[in-house]
Design a protein around this ligand. Structure first.
Ligand code: SOE
Length: 378
């Protein structure tokens, strides 16, 4: 584990911290072929980037992401900024031959996401550069295990998928305005921010692709308090609900909201099939619930503890010592480093994430047409 993989983190807020933590913990707990080292912290405001760098022991800072891309000693550009900057940074980094890890959703628009996926393909052919999107919940051990079970045929024929991502930080109409409420910066609201997670998780775990959506969205509060006493406009969705048709005739029900009073960060996925059912709830993330039809009269949902040897990513603590939100980011770092070392495409690729973006785009178009059934376009 001697060869370093040198990383620049662009952005230092919530996601910058989650990634800095992950790059640090991944090599401490997992046997990795390359040693990830964050060597540069980038932020527009120097003093904030410096504070971030000091906290995480990052040796250098810059206020310009172009400097990170121009540096020959940097291998990976890790994009943790709001969505309006993803496309420009990622495409420039890929064209310079850097590997890229980009936060979700991949972009603010389908056109940007498609351009990013194309740039990733071209860069891989030209320089071997690899790109991945940070749908971190894929690396929650219980969700990884759920996917493994589906692949092994646990469900039999899948009938239905239901997925929810519930938060409540806007349920108070006087909660302050933040950048996530401006379409120019965030692209969309609850839909892109947390709806993208459940679209990715439901498709990835089930192995079925969303082929059509019928959606409704709402903006419940259209202006919120600014620090200067004024009000900032909200021009994104506050909540999105949509029904969907997935490949193979599977039916899906999805809900993403920031108004689920009392629910702070509840991501749920449930799959119902002929042979059984699987349920996952992020608020109880060390467990997956399994129901087997074959158990007949004794059948009932069993809670399976995934913090046991033999389950995905069981490299941390002795059995039963729970993992948390941050571990999925460490697992993401582990998988990214291993893929880069092997020269293999890490997943979700930019193409995978662009497909999620196409579903987000279809949801927006369907909602604009009062729920008309709408197919994602490539
Ligand atoms: C905020 O709504 C947020 O931090 C998302 O942006 C993240 O992707 C999710 O993991 C938690 O909620």
């Amino acid at each position: 584990m001697t060869t370093p993989l040198r990383i620049a983190i662009i952005g230092h807020a919530f996601m910058g911290r989650a990634h800095a933590h992950a790059w640090r913990t991944a090599p401490a707990f997992f046997d990795l072929p390359l040693k990830p080292e964050v060597v540069l912290a980038v932020g527009r405001e120097g003093f904030k980037a410096q504070e971030f760098a000091d906290t995480w022991g990052i040796p250098e800072i810059s206020t310009d992401w172009r400097e990170a891309i121009a540096r020959e000693d940097i291998d990976v550009i890790d994009i943790c900024t709001p969505g309006d900057t993803h496309a420009e940074i990622a495409i420039a980094a890929l064209q310079a031959g850097k590997h890229v890890l980009c936060e979700k959703p991949l972009a603010n628009t389908l056109a940007e996401a498609t351009a990013m996926a194309r740039a990733a393909e071209e860069a891989h052919a030209a320089s071997g550069a690899l790109a991945m999107c940070g749908f971190s919940y894929r690396r929650t051990p219980a969700l990884s295990y759920a996917r493994q079970l589906v692949e092994e045929g646990f469900l039999g024929r899948l009938w239905q998928v239901r997925a929810q991502y519930l938060q409540d930080w806007l349920a108070d109409p006087e909660a302050p305005w933040v950048w996530r409420l401006a379409s120019e910066l965030a692209g969309s609201g609850a839909l892109g921010d947390i709806g993208s997670h459940i679209i990715d998780a439901a498709q990835w775990v089930s192995g079925h692709t969303i082929e059509g959506v019928s959606a409704l969205t709402s903006t419940f509060v259209d202006a919120r308090p600014l620090p200067d006493g004024g009000r900032g406009e909200v021009d994104v969705d506050d909540a999105a609900v949509f029904s969907s048709r997935l490949s193979g005739g599977v039916l899906g029900a999805f809900e993403a909201t920031r108004y689920a009073t009392g629910r702070k960060n509840a991501l749920r996925v449930e799959l119902s099939g002929t042979e059984g059912a699987i349920a996952f709830d992020l608020t109880d993330s060390n467990f997956v619930e399994l129901y087997r039809v074959a158990d007949g009269e004794r059948a009932g949902f069993a809670r399976i503890d995934v913090s046991q040897p033999g389950h995905p990513y069981a490299a941390w603590w002795p059995p039963g010592h729970a993992l948390g939100y941050e571990h999925a980011f460490s697992h993401q770092a582990v998988d990214f480093v291993r893929a880069v070392a092997a020269g293999e495409q890490p997943r979700p690729s930019f193409a995978d994430a662009a497909q999620v973006q196409a579903v987000l785009d279809a949801v927006q178009r369907s909602a604009a047409a009062d729920g008309a059934l709408t197919a994602p376009t490539a």
